[in-house]
Ligand binder design. Structure first.
Ligand code: PMP
Length: 393
């Protein structure tokens, strides 16, 4: 049967990463491909306890308000107030089914087909898909070791670009691993004021700084034209499917209206679980400390193994938080070409080309160190080295 699909869909690239996950799911493959927090690091026992507490509340098994259940909105507002250094009301928080839904609803609320949107290059693929589905015209701005090159954006704005919004993964970038430097944060907020665009600060990794020190102030702390997206996925568990956004009141109201069309509300059960875990400060802080320490260990294991195996045939980012390491071959190796051999050797990763919007990223690859313990990471890099050696001969 032929089904005529909407024209909107023509522009939506399937996620190469989601396709790749099928290949790397083979049991013999150690996957550095998915952006998955290690299952062994997820607090399953504490989630089980919180679930038992939550179901005792009749609200847990019922539909809830579209904008989210009060206890969750309150505790998210509390956490956000702490990060922003100013008080945020619970009413300013809209709970979503993962921050991916928040991004989609923001795009649908703000964009008409053809509207210009600035994305980072390399880009978070989930954002690329959302903006393609919205029919936006994409304007990529490169990301370097200090995050988005805001001076490049400034030049484009000075030359006449007028984006409706600028999307940035400001801390521990997916896929580049970089964190937007404090001066760039301030400059981005200033440009947003000057040129009248919104910054969508997509921040699922912000709490995962290895040293546990407060991160550079969020972009949102510098100005009012910032929508912040947060998520329980990387600090509690992706399966909760709980995220949130905070931003200007008219945008939050529009997002709430669109969310009514999409799913009526996010699961009350997992909202209450998330609320309990975020509100248990002593537990949550200790959990975050354990998580950061484990990620730090894994990052060290991966980058150490990469240096040992590849020497100066690659440059490798130095992770200071989050889940990703960005590799660039300096010897002409193209990770997209190497991938089939790597999979045969039992290791998977994502080639940089999957994240490219305008740049040539054919020498790059994203490696996720979060999903596997250090010994597995060592084995994975040895396998990658063997595949690289085999492909060179
Ligand atoms: N933003 C970024 C930058 C991400 O890396 C991810 C998950 N990979 C998301 C948003 C979506 O996360 P979730 O929907 O699970 O909150």
């Amino acid at each position: 049967m032929t089904i005529t699909l909407s024209t909107r869909l023509h522009d939506v690239r399937g996620s190469a990463i989601r396709d790749l996950l099928a290949l790397t799911a083979r049991p013999e493959v150690i996957s550095l491909a998915g952006g998955l927090p290690g299952t062994d690091l997820l607090p399953r026992e504490r989630i089980a306890q919180a679930l038992a507490t939550a179901v005792a509340d009749p609200a847990a098994v019922q539909y809830g308000e579209t904008a989210g259940l009060r206890p969750l909105r309150e505790v998210v507002a509390e956490h956000e107030s702490e990060r922003l250094g100013r008080t945020m009301a619970a009413e300013a928080v809209v709970v979503t089914s993962g921050s991916q839904q928040a991004l989609d609803l923001v795009a649908r609320a703000l964009l008409d087909p053809g509207d210009p949107v600035v994305v980072e290059d390399p880009v978070y693929v989930g954002a690329l898909q959302v903006f393609q589905a919205a029919g936006a015209t994409l304007h990529p701005v490169p990301v370097d070791a200090d995050g988005m090159a805001v001076d490049v954006l400034a030049d484009r704005l000075a030359a006449g670009l007028r984006p409706r919004l600028v999307h940035t993964v400001s801390s521990f970038h997916n896929p580049r691993g970089a964190t937007l430097s404090p001066p760039r944060r301030a400059y981005l907020a200033e440009l947003a004021e000057r040129y009248g665009f919104l910054v969508v600060e997509d921040d699922p990794y912000g709490l995962l700084a290895f040293d546990g020190h407060p991160l550079p102030t969020p972009v949102a702390a510098h100005g009012d034209r910032v929508v912040r997206l947060g998520s329980a996925s990387k600090v509690l568990a992706p399966a909760l499917r709980v995220g949130w956004l905070t931003g200007p009141a008219p945008l939050c109201a529009a997002v709430e209206r669109l969310k009514q069309c999409t799913d009526l509300c996010t699961s009350s059960l997992t909202q209450l679980v998330t609320a309990e875990l975020l509100a248990d400060h002593a537990w949550f802080d200790a959990h975050l400390d354990r998580l950061r320490a484990a990620l730090h260990d894994r990052a060290g294991a991966l980058t150490g193994a990469v240096a040992g195996v590849f020497g100066d045939a690659v440059t490798c980012s130095v992770p200071t938080g989050g889940m990703f390491c960005w590799l660039e071959f300096t010897d002409g190796t193209r990770p997209a070409d190497l991938l089939p051999t790597a999979l045969d050797h039992g290791v998977g990763y994502v080639p940089g080309t999957a994240f490219a919007v305008g740049q040539d990223l054919s020498a790059a690859a994203r490696l996720c160190y979060a999903s596997n313990p250090p010994a597995e990471l060592h084995t994975a890099v040895e396998r990658l080295g063997a595949a690289w050696g085999a492909s060179a001969t």
